[in-house]
Design a protein around this ligand. Structure first.
Ligand code: ZN
Length: 360
């Protein structure tokens, strides 16, 4: 049976992997350009040292089949690897050392039964050497980092390289591309922007918060202009959040918990229209969520006075001067921060603790 399998391997190898026109070991390695993200996938594209292990160690790490292919120059039967028909976005790594070898962006349908690529991922992916076994002269492809045998390269591939990297699926490990969820923006105003920025920086799913001005007409407003009350801008904050971690409806709950929404044209000790409370909605859905929640708060009779928060369509957010960004983190001893900002943050957190990051 073993012999039969070997004969089959030989035959299929001969039929499918025989070059139609032989390439040359000196085939220049083309420049690689792919923008696939390799971070967070546990792969190292900046390695400088080769991976060298004794036979016994490879035998311990690899399956029998993987060892046969990668360390004994084996060839798997055609159409035997699931990776042949894999069309998912991601990266093909060396099964021995995790060296990134090929991006799915360079995989193509070769019809051969072996996973085929027209371009290695980087200059550090593979090396080429002449293989004169089986009565043929072929260009063998090995992992540049650990010398694992991977397959062969031929000159009958598609453009732009015209090369066909005919790989053994058993020598490869596929890592699916992580699709980063799209961040969304939300903009609010509720008095002092230092306080709101600091509070929302501690909210689950919020990746960044910027202090700025919104709701007025003038362009490029300064803190002094806004403070004069003449621009109609309000101290505002714009946040980026991951909707898979926190919903807009939950952000609204934190927003209303962070203030006294019944205070007209002011918040706490800060008075003036520049301190009014506003939800800057970006679409009708957000507007409805905000008005529904205001209705819910009103029905709950939680407040003795009507809610003064305005619902205003978002137009443009102007980032405030640099010294206003992260003001609380940079000035924790400021008397205003001590007497107003920290108590306000703690009050908000105690009202809706479920929305705050646990590590804080
Ligand atoms: Zn390797």
């Amino acid at each position: 049976m073993k012999y039969l399998l070997f004969a089959f391997v030989l035959l299929t190898n001969f039929i499918h992997c025989t070059p139609t026109s032989k390439s040359n070991a000196s085939t220049p390695m083309p420049e690689m350009t792919t923008d696939i993200k390799t971070e967070n996938q546990g792969m190292d594209t900046n390695w400088t040292e080769k991976v060298i292990k004794p036979k016994e160690e490879w035998k311990r790490i690899l399956t029998k089949e993987q060892y046969y292919i990668t360390r004994e120059q084996g060839t798997e039967p055609a159409f035997s690897s699931d990776l042949y028909n894999n069309h998912e976005d991601g990266m093909y790594l060396c099964v021995c050392c995790n060296n990134p070898l090929f991006s799915s962006e360079t995989k193509f349908e070769s019809g051969t039964g072996w996973p085929s690529f027209f371009l290695p991922y980087s200059l550090k992916s593979v090396s080429v050497s002449v293989d004169n076994s089986l009565g043929m002269s072929r260009d063998e492809i090995s992992c540049k980092r650990c010398d694992a045998h991977l397959g062969h390269v031929f000159n009958d591939g598609p453009q732009p390289t015209g090369l066909r990297y005919c790989m053994d699926g058993l020598a490869l490990k596929f890592v699916k591309k992580e699709t980063p969820s799209t961040l969304k923006k939300a903009t609010f105003a509720a008095g002092c922007f230092w306080c709101e920025e600091y509070t929302f920086e501690h909210v689950i799913g919020v990746s960044s918060v910027i202090s700025g001005y919104c709701g007025g007409k003038s362009e490029n407003p300064t803190y002094e202009e806004v403070g004069s009350g003449k621009t109609d801008h309000a101290e505002s904050f714009e946040l980026e959040y991951d909707p898979s971690k926190i919903s807009y409806a939950s952000l609204l709950k934190v927003f209303f918990a962070s203030q006294d929404p019944t205070q007209v044209n002011g918040q706490g000790p800060d008075h003036g229209r520049q301190y009014r409370s506003i939800v800057f909605y970006r679409n009708e859905e957000e507007k409805k969520m905000a008005s529904d929640y205001i209705q819910e708060l009103t029905n709950s009779k939680k407040y003795s006075k009507p809610i003064a928060t305005e619902l205003v369509p978002f137009t443009k957010f102007w980032k405030a001067e640099d010294y206003h960004q992260d003001y609380i983190k940079n000035h924790p001893d400021d008397p205003y921060v001590q007497q107003e900002s920290f108590p306000r943050y703690n009050r908000t957190k105690s009202r809706v603790p479920e929305f705050f990051k646990k590590t804080e």
